[in-house]
Design a binder for this molecule. Structure first.
Ligand SMILES: Cc1ncc(COP(=O)(O)O)c(C=O)c1O
Length: 501
């Protein structure tokens, strides 16, 4: 069936009727996508794109089991949660079974922003405190309460847009942050910063309601906090009467492979007080959830206000949520995230050895970042180069994005059905493009015999280390200084607003 409009007409109508701050990917030549399946998207001409960025289509675009569950329930009933329905309680039971025991009470909502906004209400009601500690470069949602605690956004506004009840702690990034991989204990050092913020706030008579952080920072540049950081932060925050909110909107539901939740990478001794969920939870259906402890939920209820949400927890959403959980388990998507994620890291690490533009490779499961640098030693972000690379990849029908405070970090977060072949295909293309970019700017791509040997992969897949089901957290940092230079001038114009996915 043909589309109602040509691509040019769609674009013109969009410009006419849709708010100008709603951006498109690849603004210079946006894609018109008309269907998708698994890890592939198809444009109006039937051209196929490999999707390396869509963590919303978690179990694969248009998964037949999700579609069936949704349509089956839509044929029967969809209504609000003021009526008793088994889907709601069944789903709550299944979802909380993936979490540590004390996280046992659910509130179903409709978007990541709604989830985080409700989490703030719960936190503030709990002890009557108001202040929030957030991490630098964090993004937690588009509603007013969350723009306030999202430095990723409010830093783009005029100066002094930070509210007095918001406190920004340094991002625990051991590649470009304040304490790096050579620090003896970056987890404690970064947690100490939070403690100092609390002390300073208390001196000014302020009270901490919550510390909020993504379990791994995504828009902030694919940052994996050092192990032990969350435990130490939680200790300081609890001592101040606040609670710990783990935002799993981007990174939850088994993306990290070995664990279902990314906060579990910190160790079994860490349990947040609230977990917020979104994006992958409904495989594209708008739904989300806040899970908390009985104690916090009781305190929220004690206000006497009913919590009502017209669409949250409706039978269709819950049927979809259940189907997503079933697929993750049945198709061993966590195992796939580990195997393919390890292989992807292995391939990218080879690229790091070869290309001076690759500063750091970090990731776990199917959450991987490639930090591009103009100078290995100074770690100068290669922003224009990253932008150039993602546009070039698009020409090769590969969808990847660049993000982080400098927009120089290539962000991998594909649907969880991503394969080894997909990983090899995209990394081979990155290799060719980086080689071309380095040749164009006189940077030296390592191509001597020894490096080649080092880069040569085992072809016997059974022998491959990547087959290991062990969790692998990679954080391989830039070492040797190579040549300085920039592929494009820093003055090259960049999109003024970032796009979250
Ligand atoms: C970490 C994080 N939290 C919350 C949100 C907000 O989710 P939504 O866009 O569904 O409101 C986003 C969206 O990008 C996000 O990345």
């Amino acid at each position: 069936m043909g589309e109602p409009y040509s691509k040019a007409e769609t674009l013109a109508l969009r410009r006419k009727y849709i708010g100008p701050s709603c951006k498109v990917f690849f603004a210079k030549d946006p894609l018109k996508i008309v269907r998708a399946q698994g890890q592939y998207m198809f444009d109006e001409n039937g051209e196929k794109y490999l999707d390396c960025i869509n963590n919303v289509a978690h179990v694969g675009h248009c998964h037949p089991h999700v579609i069936k569950a949704a349509t089956k329930q839509m044929e029967l009933l969809n209504t609000n949660s003021r009526f008793l329905h088994d889907n709601l309680v069944q789903y709550a039971q299944r979802l909380t079974a993936t979490l540590p025991e004390k996280l046992s009470v659910c509130y179903f909502v409709n978007s990541g922003s709604e989830a985080n906004d409700l989490a703030l209400r719960l936190a503030r009601q709990y002890r009557g405190h108001q202040d929030v500690i957030t991490l630098d470069h964090a993004y937690h949602g588009h509603v007013t309460s969350l723009i306030d605690i999202s430095p990723y956004k409010f830093h783009q506004l005029e100066k002094d847009s930070k509210k007095e009840f918001v406190h920004v702690a340094p991002c625990p990034d051991i590649y470009r942050g304040k304490y790096r991989e050579d620090h003896p204990d970056p987890a404690s050092a970064y947690a100490e910063e939070v403690k100092k913020i609390i002390e300073e706030a208390q001196k000014n008579g302020r009270k901490i309601a919550a510390f909020i952080a993504e379990s791994m920072q995504s828009c902030g540049g694919q940052v994996i906090p050092p192990v032990g950081y969350f435990q130490k932060v939680a200790e300081h925050v609890h001592a101040a009467g606040g609670i710990f909110i783990a935002d799993e909107v981007q990174v939850g539901f088994g993306r990290v492979g070995k664990h279902f939740w990314a906060f579990q990478l910190q160790g079994e001794d860490f349990v947040p007080d609230i977990v917020t969920m979104g994006k992958p939870i409904g495989n594209g259906h708008p739904m989300s959830c806040v899970v908390t402890t009985r104690e916090i939920a009781e305190a929220f209820g004690a206000s006497g206000l009913e919590y009502f949400n017209t669409f949250g927890g409706n039978p269709v959403s819950c049927a979809i949520g259940l189907a997503v959980l079933e697929i993750i388990e049945k198709e061993d998507l966590q195992g796939n995230a580990t195997r393919v994620g390890n292989y992807l890291l292995e391939l990218l690490t080879e690229q790091k050895q070869k290309h001076p533009l690759v500063g750091d490779i970090r990731g776990v499961g199917l959450f991987v970042g490639v930090d591009l640098v103009k100078d290995q030693q100074k770690r100068t972000p290669a922003t224009a180069e990253a932008l150039h690379l993602i546009y070039k990849l698009k020409e090769h029908q590969i969808l990847l994005s660049a993000d982080g405070p400098h927009r120089n970090v290539l962000k991998f977060k594909p649907p969880m059905c991503f394969t080894r072949e997909d990983a090899k295909y995209v990394v081979d293309k990155i290799d060719v493009l980086l080689t071309e970019m380095e040749a164009a700017t006189g940077r030296k791509t390592a191509n001597d015999a020894s490096t080649k040997a080092e880069c040569k992969r085992k072809t016997n897949e059974e022998n491959s280390q990547a087959e290991s089901t062990n969790e692998s957290i990679s954080h391989i940092n830039g070492a040797a200084c190579r040549q300085e230079n920039g592929f494009c001038s820093d003055k090259r114009s960049l999109p003024s607003n970032r796009i979250q996915t």
